[in-house]
Design a protein around this ligand. Structure first.
Ligand SMILES: [Zn+2]
Length: 301
């Protein structure tokens, strides 16, 4: 699933090609991707509107238009790509980490392409989502921060000032596993399974540790690690484990630099212990029993 670094990469790459352009036509090809609105009204609401700003909030992409905002969540497998005026379908294929073959550049329009925004001169923004867990909705004016799906989001991790955040927002008495808290979008917006596992490894904390058992130095270490793994993800243009693509259709490179996520059964890069796969908060989780064990906790303190 695309998380903060993937969505941030998409937004940063779309800005130069899409901001300031006008939407000539919006073609919604699968009505049920759209929330709270009759699909028939969607195209007319977008037609002719200029794109003033593109930004990210948590895992949401917000496209501010002249008199409304188009909000997109990529769900599990969503891709948002930009096909330029001179786009030619690239017949070349590449093999992905999971063994599937994918087109080399921007994916041609197919049955999984659910929204096409036609800009001037034949340029297009394509929203493709094979598993259709993605969401599209319109919010009047600039009111998107007050939309029920966005108003519940917690702080942006990259803007976090750790000490004051801990005082204000850390549920110190909670009995939940720390991994569940990291995945909670009302705690920190944008962290998902990949970066939660990476941050827990980096800070030497077991994913099952109860929130209330973490002492302040561990809390600080964890939040600093969250910021660090997210920044690294952005530097590497995101993690392309399966479906995630940059707006030009190519893959990010962070998957080659992951310490634990997706590496269950392989040796830890730090201590060679075999990494353990388990289920925490109903999500597949990988950790190192040595680096994230009880002894590790004592060593760090
Ligand atoms: Zn280890």
């Amino acid at each position: 699933m695309p998380e903060l670094p993937e969505v941030e990469t998409i937004v940063r790459m779309l800005i130069p090609s899409v901001e300031g352009k006008r939407i000539e036509k919006a073609e919604l090809r699968l009505g049920r991707m759209l929330l709270d609105m009759d699909p028939g009204n969607f195209s007319s609401a977008l037609k002719g509107q200029g794109v003033s700003r593109i930004l990210r909030r948590g895992k949401y992409i917000v496209i501010e238009l002249a008199d409304c905002s188009l909000v997109i969540h990529l769900g599990m497998t969503g891709q948002l790509t930009f096909s330029p005026a001179d786009y030619v379908e690239n017949a070349g294929f590449v093999r992905t980490v999971t063994g599937l073959e994918k087109p080399k550049g921007v994916h041609p329009v197919d049955k999984h392409t659910h929204l096409i925004l036609w800009l001037e001169n034949g340029e297009r923004v394509l929203f493709r989502d094979p598993r259709t867990f993605g969401k599209i909705f319109l919010v009047p004016g600039r009111d998107w921060p007050r939309h029920p799906r966005l108003s519940i989001l917690g702080e942006e991790p990259l803007e976090l000032r750790v000490k004051s955040f801990l005082k204000k927002s850390f549920p110190a008495a909670s009995a939940r596993p720390i991994k569940a808290l990291l995945l909670d979008q009302s705690f920190l917006a944008g962290v998902g399974n990949i970066y939660a596992d990476e941050a827990l490894f980096k800070s030497g904390i077991h994913p099952q540790s109860r929130v209330r058992d973490l002492r302040e130095p561990e809390q600080v270490r964890l939040l600093e690690a969250v910021k660090e793994v997210l920044r690294k993800g952005i530097r590497n243009n995101g993690t392309s484990f399966s479906d995630y693509r940059k707006p030009d259709g190519t893959e990010g490179s962070n998957q080659e630099r992951l310490q634990v996520y997706g590496r269950g059964g392989e040796p830890c890069r730090s201590c060679r212990t075999i990494l353990k796969k388990s289920l925490v908060a109903q999500r597949g989780t990988v950790h190192c029993p040595t680096c994230q064990g009880k002894k590790a906790a004592r060593r760090h303190s």
